[in-house]
Design a protein around this ligand. Structure first.
Ligand SMILES: Cc1cc2nc3c(=O)[nH]c(=O)nc-3n(C[C@H](O)[C@H](O)[C@H](O)COP(=O)(O)OP(=O)(O)OC[C@H]3O[C@@H](n4cnc5c(N)ncnc54)[C@H](O)[C@@H]3O)c2cc1C
Length: 348
């Protein structure tokens, strides 16, 4: 029995691949939902709003091949029309030309379509929610994994950010010191971000010849984009807030976001259906305190994450363990595929 810790993209893909190979497994997930940093919320108007991963590009070949395998369609991010830029808080946003760039894509129906499709193919009996793993004990013949219950396995795969497992899961006996130190100093991509989306009855910006794209140096919004669905039946804008606004309440952020968005797009922007936000700093199954200041992607893809431990009974996956495209969905797919190869290699 293989136990996978974490039902994010890398854990779910690993589960699906193990199922295809007829290898028994279970996925233990701490949250009451699957997906981890992939989290599409349907608001009261049924507009799919991405609170986590949203875009990918042509270069993300393993993700694209997975989408093809799963029969999931994608569409190009709308970028046509005027874009705005606000250099400093005291100056109004002005229209700017956006240099032509390779297209970026979004997943039809929302990014969560990938994790839902994987979960459906895996079968829900193999994915156990609300199982917050606190301890893994390798000192017995069978590995013991302790969450609400005690699970037993012959192999364990950590499919969550290294800094998170290093700070929140006790391993017996201790992990090698170099691995532990590296994990504690491995940056978790997007753990400081605040995602915001506004849904509307109509895409007034498109009607006005605007793309919905907006960049600001002063905040609270740092970048914003058109977020209409692929069918063009649901209309929204979505993007990031500057993390320095994390200490405000949801209502305070809503107020200043609306002020800023109205100052850029005009009074029509006041008439939202919904304001949706997610402050990832408050998500303790993603965010973990850092002892040292870490730069983006620091220690991601470390060679130490490519090794099995405890006589090939412990493996490390998650996007941060990937040496290519770490932090992104592509990295999560690459890490799952590589971890599967290692597990299969060590069975023979
Ligand atoms: C706001 C935001 C925007 C992003 N935008 C993009 C984007 O546009 N494009 C892109 O490619 N990528 C983007 N990403 C990154 C992308 O979401 C990740 O690369 C990918 O989803 C990571 O998958 P993972 O399986 O490696 O990790 P995770 O998704 O973090 O999965 C880990 C899982 O482990 C679970 N877990 C944690 N602790 C425990 C425990 N103790 N016991 C059991 N389970 C546990 C978690 O709940 C989670 O489900 C974004 C991320 C965020 C947060």
């Amino acid at each position: 029995m293989v136990i996978i810790i974490g039902a994010g993209l890398s854990g779910l893909l690993l589960g699906y691949r193990l199922k295809q190979k007829d290898i028994p497994f279970k996925i233990l997930e701490a949250r009451d939902r699957i997906g981890g940093r992939i989290h599409t919320v349907l608001d009261s108007s049924e507009t799919p709003l991405e609170m986590g991963a949203t875009w990918f590009g042509e270069q993300h070949v393993e993700l694209k091949s997975l989408l093809d395998e799963l029969g999931i369609e994608y569409f190009e991010q709308f970028m046509n029309g005027t874009a705005f830029f606000q250099p400093i808080s005291t100056s109004p946003a002005s229209s700017v030309p956006i240099p032509s760039q390779p297209p970026s894509y979004r997943i039809k129906g929302g990014t969560s379509a990938i994790v839902q499709e994987l979960a459906q193919r895996i079968g829900e009996e193999h994915i156990l929610l609300n199982e917050n793993v606190k301890e893994i004990n390798f000192s017995t013949d069978d590995i013991q994994i302790i969450s609400k219950k005690i699970y037993r396995a012959s192999k364990v795969i950590l499919a969550l950010p290294p800094k998170l497992w290093a700070t929140s899961i006790k391993v017996i006996p201790d992990l090698p010191q170099d691995l532990k130190n590296t994990a504690l100093n491995t940056h978790t991509w997007m753990e400081h971000s605040i995602k915001v989306a506004l849904s509307y009855q109509d895409p007034f910006w498109r009607t006005n010849g605007q793309s919905g794209t907006f960049f600001s140096n002063s905040g609270p919004i740092s970048e914003f984009y058109d977020h209409c669905n692929s069918e063009l039946s649901k209309y929204a804008l979505c993007g990031f807030l500057n993390p320095s606004y994390a200490h405000l309440s949801n209502e305070e952020r809503k107020g200043i976001v609306l002020n800023q968005i109205v100052s850029v797009f005009g009074d029509e922007a006041k008439n939202i259906i919904n304001y949706e936000e997610l402050n990832w700093l408050e998500e303790d199954k993603t965010y973990s305190e850092s002892v040292n200041q870490l730069y983006p992607h620091e220690n991601n893809g470390s060679p130490l994450f490519q090794e099995p431990y405890f006589d090939s009974r412990l493996y490390i996956s998650s996007t941060e363990s990937s040496s290519a495209y770490s932090g992104y969905m592509e990295g999560a797919v690459i890490s799952a595929n590589l971890t599967l190869d290692r597990v299969l290699r060590d069975r023979h």
